[in-house]
Design a protein around this ligand. Structure first.
Ligand code: NAI
Ligand code: MG
Length: 356
């Protein structure tokens, strides 16, 4: 047994634990088949239930506890009874920020066997959205003044640093450089006359370092329309925290729904662990019923394997997800099937076995 990959597991709330369990099934199968590495995982019981018991979303020294792991595998956080801004800020955003996971990679790709509401008109949806993940509109800068009075004012300030803007745009260019693709910047320089004018300037500057790469620039409103009417024009897309959050859910809708959308929170320097998670939430409406689609969480496992340098396995896992969908006999209700979460996880494992 050679390498050991240390994974911190935070199943979280609602359907989180149900889908994470299936992700680990897949990791176990890979470990059994490969033999050259193994995974060691530790589970952390943090989330809204924890909050109800202890008045906090995670341990006070939670960040220190997570620091030594290679990766974090997260289900979903948030549940009725705990205000969403608390569950999000005190766990998910705390991890993203403390570990400087400034890149959020979200593949918007129509996998084989997946259904798009745009079909049959469009088959060619294959973009990589690189979302700024550490500042921008989600910097948490602001105030509530004169609360509860008629003069009440809420301020939420976007923070766009040169360092933060430059590094995310450069990351996108490096991705495009490696894959021979174009880069599209999505911003809003007409209305956001400070932050986004700055963003556009930095995009222009960085693009000059990569003269061989084709670039495009869109306003976010027009880009939203083109996501739907002509998605094939986008390859590598770089955008701000808020715009990326919204556009990738739109992208998820175009490529099979939230049950099939993954996202990686990357700290490119590898000084701290990176975090892998499906982009959906805790889905209280279907939680505990084994109705959740685990394919998004399993796609996150594929991203984690790529990050570990085990790209061959990353590709295989994605192929097994595609095979599960093209076979079509074991799918959850969101994909028109009747199978349980666990049955779909087992199906993916079977597909991996067949690919041996
Ligand atoms: P949601 O993603 O939990 O659910 C939206 C809709 O999609 C629901 O109808 C749900 O049943 C369905 N859905 C989501 N994932 C699915 C899956 N794997 N299989 C089948 N159907 C699925 O978003 P919602 O309802 O806005 O938020 C619920 C809670 O989750 C809130 O507390 C919110 O703050 C939190 N949340 C957490 C996120 C995270 O942990 N990264 C991301 C988004 C929301
Ligand atoms: Mg979101």
């Amino acid at each position: 047994m050679g390498k050991v990959f240390h994974i911190a597991s935070i199943p979280g709330d609602g359907i989180g634990p149900e889908v994470v369990k299936e992700g680990f099934k897949v990791l176990q199968e890979i470990e059994d088949q490969d033999g050259s590495f193994r995974f060691e995982s530790r589970e952390f019981p943090w989330g809204c239930e924890y909050y109800h018991k202890y008045g906090k979303m995670m341990d006070d020294d939670g960040i220190t506890q997570l620091k030594t792991f290679d990766a974090i595998y997260l289900g979903a956080v948030g549940y009725p009874g705990v205000p969403d801004h608390i569950s999000l800020w005190d766990l998910l955003l705390k991890i993203r920020k403390s570990f400087d996971q400034y890149v959020n990679i979200r593949p918007i790709k129509l996998l084989e066997g997946a259904e798009s509401p745009l079909l049959p008109a469009y088959h060619d949806i294959d973009m990589l959205v690189i979302r700024e993940n550490s500042e921008g509109e989600y910097a948490g800068a602001g105030d509530r003044l004169f609360q509860g009075t008629p003069d009440e004012v809420a301020l939420q300030t976007g923070v766009f640093s040169r360092k933060g803007t430059e590094r995310i745009i450069r990351y996108a260019f490096e991705e495009a450089n490696a894959s021979g693709k174009s880069v599209t910047s999505i911003s809003k320089g007409n209305a956001l006359n400070y932050s986004m004018v700055f963003w556009d300037e930095v995009f222009q500057e960085v693009s000059e370092e990569y003269p061989h790469i084709n670039t495009y620039s869109y306003l976010v409103d027009a880009a939203s329309m083109f996501f739907v009417t002509d998605p094939s024009r986008f390859e590598v897309v770089v955008t701000s925290n808020l715009f990326g959050d919204i556009l990738t859910d739109l992208g998820a809708g175009l490529t099979g729904g939230l049950g099939l959308a993954a996202g990686a929170n990357i700290n490119p320097t590898r000084e701290y662990p990176s975090m892998f998670e499906p982009i959906h939430g805790s889905a209280p409406d279907i939680a505990g019923k084994q109705k959740a689609n685990p394919l998004a969480a399993i796609w996150s496992v594929s991203q984690m394997l790529d990050f570990f340098g085990e790209e061959e396995w990353g590709t295989k896992v994605l192929k097994a997800v595609e095979k599960t969908m093209t076979d079509g006999d074991v799918l959850t209700p969101d994909m028109g099937g009747t199978a349980t979460t666990a049955e779909v996880g087992t199906k993916v494992v079977e597909c991996l076995k067949q690919m041996k």
